[in-house]
Design a protein around this ligand. Structure first.
Ligand SMILES: [Zn+2]
Length: 483
């Protein structure tokens, strides 16, 4: 450990302390330049309790990403198997690497960082481990950035596995089979951990198709299979069996086989460039519609959900894996209904939990004696300043400081769908402004008649107080929920 390295590590830790210690400023700065990234972390593949720390760690320096951190953890504790539902935190490798990020003691001594908020850096604490992995990744950049023989992320990964000295010696990824495999698996898994941020032009029905299909990720492929996982059976789907089951759950009856699902008179044919989440893509090796031998559900412009082939599970796959084969896209529509809102739906507060439910008695209640929304706080305790997101595309109906609700925003999403966000620290949208689903509209606070920072969130059929319907039920219908 040279003096320079120690100084660099200290500088990094100071940056860390500054950004995490001033979370309101940090989040505010982030929020002013709202930019919908085209792709982001596929949160459904991250154990829920680690979502916040993975997001935070992945943004520590521009060379890494949340997907990279998640893929590294999967590699360190689950051999790169994205079907592993848990991330073990108690592993020790034969070489003495410990915990979720598999640090050896000497490296931990230099880079171990508190990610859990208890002011201790504990090699066995998974939150500390995940953040420390990012600290170390970012530190490695200084050592490997000039070796142009591979991309910077591959070099960081190689150095994480074999040590920065080995990468320096070989001026690139070392020829060790273990390291080569480590880099290759993580890079591949990063693709699978990327997903388009919700908020594209998906119809309501398309979003429900995707939400239903996601429930079956991990079910094994079985030829002729069309049954979901149950208490007593692992279930099994083939490609068209999955599609038939998902649409059937939503009240739309489809033919049984892949080419018939595409060739049916019912759906609308669409161009690849117009494909939206929930559309179907048929894949044909011989270029004809009749020759379609595989089908998947469009997740975004880059990925599909599919039951691939024997030995594999229902998964998210890049559509680029079917490059060179002819693709036919179709769109089925739902059995009708609707609140006038279009587009995907997102949760108002990521990483939050419910503290007071809809129609709960007492507390802050309406004159009828019950709660007209749900109350949410952050699971990690950092509630003040947490980012509040628009739950759907729409327009700002009002953004005001309004008595008991404090700083509140009401969004209009459709003729019969409004959402309300109350007790904000501040809002960053104006009346009349158009917003996209997932866009940050303000920060959680304690303004108005509120006892302790929280987000009061309502779904309404009209703009006014008293037009409320159950936000929990609405979230559930859109594949979202708070425990
Ligand atoms: Zn409330």
């Amino acid at each position: 450990m040279t003096v320079v390295r120690i100084l660099r590590a200290m500088a990094l830790l100071m940056v860390l302390v500054m950004t995490t210690g001033c979370s309101i400023l940090f989040k505010g700065d982030d929020g002013e330049t709202v930019n919908m990234e085209p792709v982001g972390l596929n949160t459904s593949l991250i154990p829920e309790q680690y979502l916040d720390i993975v997001m935070r760690a992945g943004k520590l320096c521009p060379e890494i990403s949340p997907e990279m951190i998640a893929a590294q953890i999967y590699q360190e504790v689950a051999g790169g198997n994205l079907d592993a539902k848990e991330w073990p935190t108690n592993l020790t490798s034969p070489a003495g690497a410990k915990g979720i990020a598999q640090f050896i003691d000497s490296t931990w001594a230099a880079y171990g960082t508190d990610g859990s908020g208890d002011n201790k850096a504990d090699i066995w604490n998974p939150f500390d481990g995940i953040l420390s992995m990012a600290v170390y990744d970012c530190e490695i950049v200084q050592y490997v950035k000039d070796y142009g023989s591979a991309d910077i992320q591959s070099l960081i990964l190689a150095a994480y596995n074999s040590g920065p000295g080995a990468v320096e010696y070989y001026r690139g990824i070392p020829p060790y089979p273990e390291t080569q495999k480590y880099v290759k698996t993580i890079k591949k898994n990063m693709e699978l951990l990327r997903v388009a941020v919700q908020g594209g032009p998906a119809g309501d029905f398309g979003a429900r198709v995707v939400a239903e299909a996601r429930k079956h990720l991990g079910v094994p492929y079985r030829w002729g299979g069309e049954s979901p996982k149950t208490k007593n059976s692992p279930g099994g789907f083939d490609c068209s069996g999955l599609v038939k089951y998902v649409f059937g759950k939503l009240g739309v009856k489809l033919p049984r086989v892949a080419n018939a699902q595409i060739m049916s008179e019912t759906p609308r044919r669409i161009d690849a460039k117009d494909a939206m989440p929930g559309d179907l893509v048929g894949i044909s090796p011989d270029g004809s519609m009749k020759g379609i031998d595989h089908i998947g559900i469009v997740l975004n412009s880059e990925q599909i959900i599919e039951a691939p082939k024997p030995g594999l599970n229902v998964r998210i796959a890049p559509i680029s894996w079917y490059a060179g084969k002819t693709k036919f896209y179709v769109r089925y529509t739902g059995p009708g209904g609707g609140d006038g809102a279009s587009g995907a739906k997102v949760a108002p507060l990521t990483g939050a939990k419910l503290t007071n439910g809809y129609h709960a008695p007492g507390g802050y209640a309406n004159p009828n004696g019950w709660h007209t929304g749900i109350d949410l706080v952050m699971k990690n305790g950092s509630t003040v300043g947490a980012q509040i997101r628009a739950v759907a595309d729409g327009e700002v109906y009002s953004a005001t400081t309004n008595g008991s609700y404090g700083n509140q925003v009401i969004l209009k999403h459709g003729a019969k769908l409004y959402s309300q966000y109350a007790h904000m620290l501040r809002f960053i949208v104006k009346k009349g402004q158009k917003v996209k689903a997932g866009q940050i509209i303000g920060y959680v606070g304690d303004s108005g008649n509120s006892h302790g920072a929280h987000l009061h969130f309502e779904i309404r059929t009209g703009p006014n107080y008293g037009d409320d319907i159950s936000p929990s039920e609405w979230l559930k219908q859109n594949g979202l929920s708070y425990g």
